[in-house]
Ligand binder design. Structure first.
Ligand code: GLN
Length: 489
C-alpha cells in the first residue's frame, strides 16, 4: 500500500491490476516493521502467511477469477481476536504462549472477502484501559505525537491505520475502546449495535457490552468492512438475525432534514475548550447543511461511569476465571499444590489493572454486596437505555465529543485509575444502551492533535450514523490529513 491510501483506493488498485496484492502486502509489512520501534502498534506480524495469501490473490487475478471486495487489502487485527495461525496474547503475559485452535468469525469474514491479515495489534491487557499503556508488552505511541498515547484499548489498530501501515483494522469496544483511540489518532472507528457483529472468537471482557468494529480512515471504508463482518452467526448466541442494510446506497442520504440531538450532558465540566469548540463547529456545519438541531436530555448519563465500572468489572471477573494455568497459556513453573497453581499463575500472569478489575468485580458480585452494587448498576443501566430510547423518538442521531480531551502524554494518567476511567465518560453510555456510535475526525487542537466527533444512533441504526458521518466527510477534509510521520517514512 502506498502509505496513507484508503481501503477503497487500495482495493481498486488491486482489482484493476495497477498494483499487485503481493507488493501491497509486502509494503504494509515493511512499514509495520520499520515503525514498530517508534509506535509499538503490533504484537506480531506474519509476513510468510500474508505473502502466500497475497500470491493466491495475484494468481486468481491472473486467471481472471472473480475477486472478493477486499481482495489483497492488508488488514490488522486487535490481538484479542482469535486466529488459528500465530499467537493470540490479549496483551497479557498469561496468554503467552496461546495458540487458538480456531479463527474468530470476523477473521473468517475478512478472509472470505479476500483481505490479507498482516498482523495482530497492541492493546491494553484484555482490552481493559483507555491508553494501551496496560499492555504487558509496552504502550503504543500516537503517530501524531510519539510522546502521547494512542488511546485504548484498540490503540495498536488505530495507530496502524493512522500511520498508513494498513488501510483498515479491527478493534473491540466494550466502553469506548474503538472510538476513543480513533479520536486520539484521527481515524474513523465504528462501534456497531450490540448483537450486530458476532463475537465468536473474541476473547470476552464484558459480555453484555463487547462489540467488534472497523477502524479506517474514511466512513465509506468503515461501511465496507462493516458490511463484510456484520450479520447473524449462530455461534454467538447474542448475534441478531436481522438483515444487514445495503450501506453503499444508504451513504448518500441527504443531511437536510436529519434530526441531530444535542445533549448538555456531553458538554459539561471536564470537557476541554478546544475539543468543545471543534465539536460545536462540526454541529454548526451540519446545521448549515440543513440538519435540524434538537436539544435533548439524557438525565441518567451522569451515572454512566459508575454503572459501567461495576458491570464491566463484574463480567470481567467472571470471564477471566478461565485463566487458571490449566486451560490456556502461562502456568507457574513450581506450584506447591493446586491452589498455589491457580494463585501463582494468576498472580504472575495478570497485570495490575486486570487484577484491580477482578477484585472490584468479585467484590460487586459477592453475597451481601450484590444487591447494593451489581443489581443497582443493572437498574441504572436500564434507565440510561430508556433515556436513549426516549431521545431517539425525536432525533435520528446524537452528536457529541468522543472524549473530553485530545491524546494525553504517555504516563500522565497511568498511576491514577480514576482519571483514566473518566476518559470514557462520553463513550460508555452507548455500550450500556447497546446502541451504535461512530467516531470521526473533526479538527485539531493547538498542539496539532486530532479531535473526534461522535455520532450515536439507535440500536441497529448504523445506516443513520454512517450516512451522516459520510456526508460530513464529503464536506470536510480533516480525515485526509496525515501525521508528519507518514511523510517522513
Ligand atoms: N476504557 C474502558 C475500560 O477500560 C473501555 C475498554 C474497552 O472498551 N474495551 O474498561
Amino acid at each position: 500500500m502506498a502509505s496513507g491510501h484508503t481501503l477503497s483506493e487500495t482495493a481498486a488498485s488491486i482489482q484493476s491490476g495497477a498494483r499487485s496484492a503481493t507488493d501491497t502486502v509486502r509494503e504494509a509489512i515493511e512499514r509495520a516493521e520499520k515503525l514498530q520501534p517508534r509506535l509499538s502498534a503490533f504484537l506480531s506480524t506474519d509476513s510468510q502467511r500474508a505473502l502466500a495469501k497475497a500470491a493466491e490473490v495475484d494468481a486468481k487475478r491472473a486467471r481472471r477469477q472473480p475477486l472478493g471486495p477486499l481482495a489483497g487489502v492488508p488488514v490488522a487485527l486487535k490481538d484479542n481476536l482469535c486466529t488459528a495461525f500465530g499467537a493470540t496474547t490479549c496483551g497479557s503475559r498469561i496468554l503467552k504462549p496461546y495458540h487458538s485452535p480456531y479463527n474468530a468469525h470476523v477473521v473468517d469474514c475478512l478472509e472470505s472477502a479476500g483481505a490479507i491479515i498482516v498482523g495482530k495489534t497492541n492493546l491494553d491487557e484484555f482490552a481493559m484501559g483507555s491508553s494501551t499503556e496496560n499492555s504487558a508488552f509496552g504502550p503504543t505511541r500516537n503517530p501524531w505525537d510519539e510522546t502521547r498515547v494512542a488511546g485504548g484499548s484498540s490503540g495498536g489498530s488505530c495507530a496502524a491505520v493512522a500511520a498508513g501501515i494498513v488501510p483498515a483494522a479491527l478493534g473491540s469496544d466494550t466502553g469506548g475502546s474503538i472510538r476513543l483511540p480513533a479520536s486520539f489518532c484521527g481515524v474513523v472507528g465504528l462501534k456497531p449495535s450490540y448483537g450486530r457483529v458476532s463475537r465468536y472468537g473474541l476473547v470476552a471482557f464484558g459480555s453484555s457490552l463487547d462489540q467488534i468494529g472497523p477502524i479506517t480512515s474514511t466512513v465509506e471504508d468503515a461501511a465496507l468492512i462493516f458490511q463484510v463482518i456484520a450479520g447473524h452467526d449462530p455461534r454467538d448466541s447474542t448475534s441478531v438475525d436481522r438483515p444487514v442494510p445495503e450501506l453503499t446506497k444508504a451513504l448518500s442520504r441527504p443531511v437536510k432534514g436529519t434530526r441531530v440531538g444535542i445533549s448538555e450532558e456531553y458538554f459539561g465540566p471536564g470537557l476541554d475548550g478546544e475539543v468543545s469548540k471543534a465539536v460545536r463547529a462540526a454541529i454548526d456545519l451540519l446545521a448549515r447543511e440543513g440538519a435540524e438541531i434538537v436539544p435533548i436530555h439524557l438525565p441518567h448519563m451522569k451515572y454512566g461511569i459508575a454503572c459501567y465500572y461495576l458491570i464491566a468489572t463484574a463480567e470481567a471477573s467472571s470471564n477471566l476465571a478461565r485463566f487458571d494455568g490449566v486451560h490456556y497459556g502461562y502456568r507457574t513453573p513450581h506450584p506447591e499444590d493446586v491452589i498455589d497453581l491457580y494463585a501463582a499463575t494468576r498472580g504472575e500472569g495478570f497485570g495490575a489493572e486486570v487484577k484491580r478489575r477482578i477484585m472490584l468485580g468479585t467484590y460487586a458480585l459477592s453475597s451481601g454486596y450484590y444487591d447494593a452494587y451489581y443489581l443497582k448498576a443493572l437498574k441504572v443501566r436500564t434507565l440510561i437505555k430508556r433515556d436513549f430510547e426516549a431521545a431517539f423518538e425525536s432525533v435520528d442521531v446524537i452528536a457529541s465529543p468522543v472524549a473530553p480531551t485530545t491524546a494525553f502524554r504517555v504516563g500522565e494518567k497511568s498511576q491514577d485509575p480514576l482519571a483514566m476511567y473518566l476518559s470514557d465518560i462520553y463513550t460508555i453510555a452507548a455500550n450500556l444502551a447497546g446502541i451504535c456510535a461512530i467516531s470521526i475526525p473533526c479538527g485539531f487542537d493547538s498542539r496539532s492533535l486530532p479531535i473526534g466527533l461522535q455520532l450515536t444512533g439507535p440500536a441497529f441504526g448504523e445506516e443513520a450514523i454512517l450516512s451522516l458521518a459520510h456526508q460530513y466527510q464529503l464536506r470536510t477534509d480533516w480525515h485526509t490529513r496525515r501525521p508528519a510521520l507518514i511523510k517522513g517514512t
